[in-house]
Design a protein around this ligand. Sequence first.
Ligand code: ZN
Length: 456
Amino acid sequence: MRKNESGDEIYSLIKKLYPICRSITGNGVRKTLGIIKDIIPINIYEVPSGTKVFDWVVPKEWNIHNAYIKNLKGKKILDFNKSNLYVLGYSLPIKKKIKLAELKKNLYTLPKYPNWIPYLTSYYNPSWGFCLSQKEYLSLKDEEYEVCIDSTLENGSLTYGELFIQGDLKQEILLSTYLCHPSLCNDNLSGVGLLTYLAKYLMEFKPHYSYRILFIPETIGAITWLSLNKNKIQNIKYGLVVTCVGDPGNLTYKKTRDGNSELDQIVKKVLDDSGEDYNLIDFFPSGSDERQFSSPGINIQVGSLMRTIYGKYEEYHTSADNLSFIESSFLDDSFKKYKEVLYLIENNNLYLNLNPQCEPNLGTKGIYSLIGGNKDEPLDKLALFWILNLSDGTNSLLDISIKAKIKFSVIKNTADILSEKGLIKIYNSNGIKNQFNPYLKDEDFYKKAKEKFDLK
Ligand code: ZN
């Protein structure tokens, strides 16, 4: 595989999606989903404006065709075709002549960064406005201007994309991202790009768990999906919100509301095993859609694996969060970390030692000769003893790798060998731990296992 191959693919997709003007509704979202659909077979859903979704109502659909500010000479001072960030999101249509003093009431800038255009919206407070750089703002002369926002706000629908990947298990893992931002890269086209290729990867390897992939507008999209899919919530074991995965910062993991769920332990283990610096953040009830998924009446444990968290990098929600802020190598690294998280989720089985009375005589089973063998990770003698000792139906491979302070991949490879040699057996592939001693509970199983594997 070429260096950064996945990162390059993700970057190309982002580049294609970057010019599209997206919002929480409208044709930008549809066009974006159409491009994703060329890569993975998502279903695209339309929920009519006015649909009641919990305590909210699906808003009117917003579309924009053009916008500008012209001076008296007819020269365009601001042009929507040059950057869609120039228009306040969800701006009402307007076309009129206006004096500078009045125009200024509808202009938004970021004085701290005089060259950057801020990204602002007004979804639920009907308004119109332009966002521009402080430099452009200061260059405006005291004269009359022609402002035009050629937009529509009408009954239509909210659009989202969903892909269900059927695994062996009914239990699902939720992977969600939002696609409501216009030309902004790290927040959040990086999430859209990464999740598209992660879904493609999952479809190729035919997972054990089922996976539900969502491309939704932030907040209202999550509320809408949850409200219309209440029957699906119970099957979701836990989930991740994919966002801000293309910047140069270290990995950051925002934990689930539980704070110590299996998913929290999995992501932390992946980050520990990487040997790189990372940040761990406790759950807080703002941020992205984890706050909807983790509201008390929904209660899905959802974390978020990012690089630099939204709001903590200067370029956040400005025109500087562009194609040169993100890099293919960082996208590639984030993609690898997500794949490792999936590897742990998929392989966190519970095993039962089939020879639990004292340690087995490994010399007679050809195991010692395998230590340092030619598997991807060498079979570790210590790993072997940890697995044999803790495989009692109450410790998963993740628990064992954490307790033993050994990389998960070493524990997993060692468990595969022990399993091939008939010394351990998968006890529960669903990760649910046994409360009681399974040897006492299931004498029959133990006897049968001994016969099957010819353990004397
Ligand atoms: Zn944002």
